[in-house]
Design a protein around this ligand. Structure first.
Ligand SMILES: NC(=O)c1ccc[n+]([C@@H]2O[C@H](COP(=O)([O-])OP(=O)(O)OC[C@H]3O[C@@H](n4cnc5c(N)ncnc54)[C@H](O)[C@@H]3O)[C@@H](O)[C@H]2O)c1
Ligand SMILES: N[C@H](CO)Cc1c[nH]c[nH+]1
Ligand SMILES: [Zn+2]
Length: 428
């Protein structure tokens, strides 16, 4: 296909630079994980002091401390948290209901099945370095609980030298079994490898900054992980049916996550492209987070003018962004056409912020191209799909003959004899 794509605004820094996985981040993370492995709680405390100026008597909140946090949160906030959590739970439960166990008779006397078993021990990282990311508590903790996870150990960094009350309330209402005020690599490493006071988990979930994402990547194998959910990304596909005010607001909305968060507009309308540039400048004035969003936009913001929506789709699939908004006349075309995205937002009626906080889909989503091979966090990530089999004597004799021959092709004589013994025993 001949592309007529033109760049209206290029990023000052190549997308992906500096937002994780670079040698500095990799080395720092490796050193912290090693140290936590060697020195346990002492290392955890040292890094918490160094990075978060936080060294309480215990990182684990007592029931009283949790109750004090919940009491600090205004009633309206608690009511809204409960609303958001109901939406997340309802969608997770609907997804869980699709995951039925299977048992089939594939041949007479041969029964094969699978079951979905919840992981027993999960660590849920709730970010909070720059903003208290309250909603991440719903996304990880509720979803784990809907899956049937027994122990959810939740962690989040302190906020201005204190437990972040709303985040703690959200973790508690979501059903977290343990709540620790502990952030960054030291928290993730402690959960993964275990320390004198923190029982290790089997699976780590949740978003985080480049350090947290890299820590999960390095610990993978020793512990399971949901996905790499690093610095937020947004891509908007738009035609001339949408106005620049909405597009600019949505781009800046996610750019405010951090100075390395890319925000990209792909449009068929040259008028919208230029209007969006102007509108972003206008909206940055007076935005309290303009210092972050402005840098993100300047360094990682892009506008591409394309010939048609097919070109837009090719670009969107190649970039495989975390969030993709479709602001075109008939947005549902994207459901059929696009394949690489973490979450899709169809039409002007919704926006990434709805998914981030309130509507019920999970906001823990793949970044840095991870959408090519993974979707976001969902109830299925907490379930292990395990198989079983059973064979009656007649079927066993039949299968055994074939299987023994197959084993010998591969020179597995021991395997073959485990079949032979059954053929002998069960042949009528
Ligand atoms: N992809 C997703 O699904 C998703 C969802 C929500 C949030 N996010 C992302 O989560 C991130 C949250 O980042 P944050 O920083 O606000 O909170 P965070 O909790 O992820 O990280 C804060 C911690 O980073 C550690 N840290 C900071 N500087 C460090 C350094 N130089 N060396 C080692 N450790 C260091 C500190 O211990 C601190 O507690 C954002 O990038 C946001 O875009 C992603
Ligand atoms: N946009 C983030 C997902 O990348 C989620 C979030 C929560 N709160 C604000 N934003
Ligand atoms: Zn967001």
């Amino acid at each position: 296909m001949h592309s007529t794509s033109r760049v209206i605004k290029a990023p000052a820094v190549a997308t992906g630079d500096g937002d994780g996985g670079g040698p500095d981040v990799r080395g720092t993370v490796e050193a912290i994980i090693d140290d936590v492995r060697r020195r346990g709680d002492t290392a955890v405390r040292d890094y918490s002091e160094r990075f978060d100026q936080w060294s309480p008597e215990s990182f684990l909140l007592s029931e009283d401390e949790i109750a004090r946090c919940v009491a600090e949160v205004p009633d309206q906030v608690i009511e809204d948290l409960r609303f958001c959590q109901r939406q997340v739970r309802a969608f997770a439960e609907a997804q869980r209901a699709t995951m039925t166990d299977v048992e089939v008779e594939t041949l007479p006397g041969v029964r094969l099945g699978h079951r979905h078993l919840p992981i027993a021990n999960v660590g849920a990282y709730v970010p909070g370095g720059r903003y208290p990311m309250v909603a991440s508590a719903h996304m990880s903790v509720i979803t784990a609980k809907v899956a049937g996870v027994e122990r959810v150990a939740a962690v989040t960094p302190p906020l201005a030298g204190r437990p972040p009350a709303a985040t703690v309330a959200a973790m508690h209402l979501a059903g977290a079994d343990e709540i620790r005020i502990l952030g960054g690599v030291q928290a993730v490493a402690a959960l993964a490898v275990g320390t004198e006071t923190i029982e290790r988990v089997d699976f780590l979930v949740g978003p985080g900054n480049a350090y947290v994402a890299e820590a999960k990547r390095q610990l993978f194998g020793e512990v399971g992980i949901d996905l790499i959910a690093g610095p937020t990304e947004i891509l908007i596909v738009a035609d001339d049916s949408v106005d620049a005010e909405l597009v600019a607001a949505d781009l800046l909305g996610q750019a405010e996550h951090g100075p390395t968060s890319p925000a990209i507009l792909v449009t068929t309308s040259e008028g919208l492209a230029h209007a969006t540039l102007r509108e972003i400048e206008r909206q940055l004035v007076g935005l309290p987070t303009a210092d972050i969003a402005g840098v993100a936009w300047e360094q990682h913001g892009e506008i591409h003018l394309v010939g048609d929506l097919e070109e837009a789709a090719v670009l969107a699939d190649a970039l495989a962004f975390e969030h993709v908004e479709i602001l075109t006349r008939e947005p549902r075309w994207a459901l059929e056409r696009l394949r690489n995205y973490g979450a899709l937002f169809l039409g002007e009626g919704t926006t990434v912020a709805y998914g981030d906080k309130t509507i019920g889909t999970n906001h823990v989503l793949p970044t840095r191209g991870g959408a090519r091979y993974s979707g976001g966090l969902w109830v299925g990530k907490f379930l292990k799909t395990v198989t079983y089999q059973e064979c009656d004597p007649r079927a066993s004799a039949e299968i055994g003959e074939i299987c023994a021959r197959q084993c010998r092709i591969e020179n597995f004589e021991g395997h073959a004899r485990s079949c032979d013994v059954r053929v002998e025993r069960f042949r009528s």
